[in-house]
Write a protein that binds this ligand. Structure first.
Ligand code: AMP
Length: 115
């Protein structure tokens, strides 16, 4: 999508601190980190949010994205202490960028319930 900042990161037209990528997903550091490790994992294909991932490809897209996020967490050394994966969805979910993304948060103890 031409006006989507995460599509532009995925196609390389705007810079990001990329930590991992493959043909279907990109992981890059959040500009405004909320934890010592804060990485965003996005599909290269534009999908607005998890509720918009529907149809025959949705299982594969979401499964691959979560597996990729877990691999990124491993590579960033988060397995031993653990980490949190979050996907904010819609206004009440606190979503501000409408391109599906998983936050990978780690490096500190996470509070529960989230704010
Ligand atoms: P959310 O509020 O769940 O939609 O999360 C969007 C996240 O994207 C926020 O944590 C922002 O700090 C982050 N963000 C927005 N623009 C960029 C960017 N150009 N590069 C890296 N992170 C960004």
């Amino acid at each position: 999508m031409s006006d989507c900042v995460f599509c532009k990161i995925a196609d390389g037209s705007i810079p990001a601190d990329i930590v991992a990528q493959n043909d279907h997903a990109v992981a890059f550091r959040d500009l405004d980190p909320k934890a010592p490790v804060h990485v965003l994992v996005i599909p290269t294909q534009h999908v607005a949010s998890v509720r918009d991932a529907s149809g025959p490809d949705a299982d594969r897209l979401l499964g691959a994205l979560f597996q990729f996020a877990a691999g990124v967490a491993t590579d960033l050394g988060l397995d031993e202490r653990g980490y949190r994966l979050v996907t904010n969805t819609g206004p009440d979910g606190g979503q501000s960028v409408f391109h599906l993304h998983i936050h990978v948060l780690g490096g500190r103890l996470m509070a529960w319930p989230p704010g």
